[in-house]
Design a protein around this ligand. Sequence first.
Ligand code: ACO
Length: 431
Amino acid sequence: MPEPTKTATLTFDNKSIELPMHSPSVGPDAVDIRKLYASGDIFTYDPGFTSTASCRSTITYIDGDKGELLYRGYPIEQLADKSSYLECCFLLLYGELPTADQMKEFTTRVTRHTMLHEQVHYFFRGFRRDAHPMATMVGVVGAMSAFYHDSLDINDPWQREVAAIRMIAKMPTIAAMAYKYSIGQPFVYPRNDLNYAENFLHMCFSVPAEPYRVDPVLAKAMDRIFTLHADHEQNASTSTVRLAGSSGANPFACIAAGIACLWGPAHGGANQACLEMLREIGTVDRIPEFIARAKDKDDPFRLMGFGHRVYKNFDPRAKVMKESADEVLDLLGIHDNETLKVAKELEKIALEDAYFVEKKLYPNVDFYSGIILEAMGFPTSMFTPIFALSRTVGWVSQWKEMIADTDQKIGRPRQLYVGAPKRDYVDITKR
Ligand code: ACO
């Protein structure tokens, strides 16, 4: 990191502290408060990290006001249009777009790792059939550390690399197995003659009883969904992965922690929650009732698929996803589906409603992804697992970056303690 050229001054209690400021390659400057406690006996208070950079990173950049998302500098719209998910994986992991030879070698490496240790099949059988696939994924990914002992040493760059490739390669297999298990169908082994997205569709939708042909338009839409979700800077699940990794935990444990965090409805769980909300609304005439609930301070209901911590203009992923949704629905001849009608009308009303306009609440990526995934035949419970498999490369890239960062320390936030001051224990008979 270049030497800071600017400083900020913090004045309080007749004290004045000079703090160095760092300038990023793009975006606002950051005041470096690392020495604040040591020099001023003072903390900063920032629940939810709304104004705090937790690390330095070269992977992904978001400009929330412009509605811009860059992977290693490349705009997401260009990547979604011209690149592929595996190429984006290479870009996120290694920093540059691959040459043709590098791409071939990387694809072969990922493809060769798609199978899971056969013993994992028995591990799956310990779960109830009606378990949510995310519950199964958290467990199975965490358990990978019990199966792949030769990629657990985080201090060995080669083992870190092997763990990264294993996770990117095996996550579709795990997600598809979680799905097959939940519907009582046999597991389908990966097919290495198919590309990444085709193989995932094959593992989810083929059965041993008959041949399955992957539709190229659906495979392209799947690949685009993976690409759009591949990384998103220091969001909740990525920060969870970094925090877990900061203690030196093994990579599989860290990614399992990320999956657990992603599951929440305010984060990756929003795609499932959004489609369930659209179904609950049911018909267009009920939209005003739900809009009113979303505005009511005394009602915890929120319009799922709307709003974002960083995007305050529009979510660029949502734009691309909307185009894909139209393509897929056209291909499948779905035009008058009731959920779709509700979605279109809700989007229109919310975009014009003063409450949503003033608070800058736009449809996010989850609003459209659920519509496509449902049209492709996925049950709502698979929406978040698909997000998790797509985001694995982002988590892994950020985890690798963190391990290599010399500024990295164990994550250990401080607190603003507002509980009881020191007091003496009172015997139970005297309380
Ligand atoms: N519906 C109704 N009101 C909302 C919504 C919503 N979806 N989102 C935010 N608001 C309101 C809040 O009530 C708050 O109002 P106030 O200022 O009057 O108190 C204001 O907008 C700001 O909301 P915050 O919760 O402070 O914003 P924050 O940045 O913390 O939250 C979040 C962002 C979690 C995404 C939020 O917008 C939300 O819950 N959205 C619905 C869930 C969702 O779609 N999540 C997916 C996010 S994208 C992703 O993870 C891939």
